[in-house]
Design a binder for this molecule. Structure first.
Ligand code: ZN
Ligand code: ZN
Length: 248
């Protein structure tokens, strides 16, 4: 074990660091070079409940959500789902590049409040057949990594009973949406504050159904934590990386 640790340290020290996005030598200790990191677009400022980007009206409330629309109570989605992230997440999910997990977990945790009051992380489940086809549930990998960083336990209490074909293969088929009956939770979650870990949030409907299931099992609070948000069609969206420096 110690030999492995030394070998790993030696390799990390001697080998040039390659950015996972542009494949050039990286000038940072992270998996993205500073240029590629700066090219990612922060989803900020955003509604704390639904994660929708709100350029000017944060203080006036969000026009895109109400407690009736979403069963979850909060959404942390620090990045816009833009080109660079789409490439990384596609490789991570569909090309079995699981060693991108820690870089993506770092991106997910960026901007998260210090010491969040959360009892457990719950990975968004995949149907067992999808997990078997892919070899892993990417949200479970993300949750495990975040769990290590935050020292919050992971509880895989949700399961999903509806099989959905991979989206990139199902692009021309009618989309089938998960409903709350497609999620199951066997455990009593009474009084727990949970963070549901997902990769990308789009309409929020899947997160809503999963959160409904957790709430029915007794959860007091459900937050969605994901890497990125796809802007709602027609809504204003963050477009320049420079906002990162303005907002932070
Ligand atoms: Zn790069
Ligand atoms: Zn909102």
């Amino acid at each position: 074990m110690r030999l492995q640790q030394h070998s790993s340290w030696l390799l990390n020290t001697l080998l040039p660091k390659i950015c996972r996005l542009c494949q050039q030598h990286s000038d940072t200790d992270h998996m993205l070079c500073s240029f590629c990191k700066d090219s990612l677009v922060p989803n900020s400022p955003a509604c704390i409940r639904c994660g929708e980007y709100l350029p000017t009206s944060v203080m006036q409330g969000c026009p895109y959500c109400t407690p009736e629309l979403f069963a979850f109570d909060a959404c942390h989605a620090p990045w816009k789902y833009s080109e660079g992230l789409r490439y990384l997440i596609h490789r991570w999910k569909f090309v079995k590049t699981t060693n991108l997990t820690s870089a993506l977990a770092d991106l997910l945790l960026e901007g998260l409040e210090t010491n969040p009051i959360i009892d457990a992380l719950v990975p968004m489940p995949l149907h067992w057949r999808r997990t078997w086809q892919r070899g892993y549930n990417q949200c479970a990998l993300l949750a495990q990594r975040a769990s290590k960083e935050l020292e919050i336990p992971t509880h895989s209490v949700l399961s999903c009973t509806m099989y959905q074909a991979p989206q990139h293969k199902a692009a021309h088929r009618h989309a089938r949406h998960l409903s709350s009956k497609h999620f199951h939770c066997e455990q009593n979650l009474k009084g727990l504050r949970l963070a549901l870990i997902d990769d990308v949030i789009t309409t929020g409907q899947t997160a809503h159904r999963a959160a409904q299931c957790l709430k029915t099992a007794g959860a007091e609070h459900v937050a969605i934590w994901c890497i990125a948000k796809t802007p709602k069609p027609g809504a204003p969206c963050p477009s320049t990386a420079s906002q990162f420096y303005v907002m932070h």
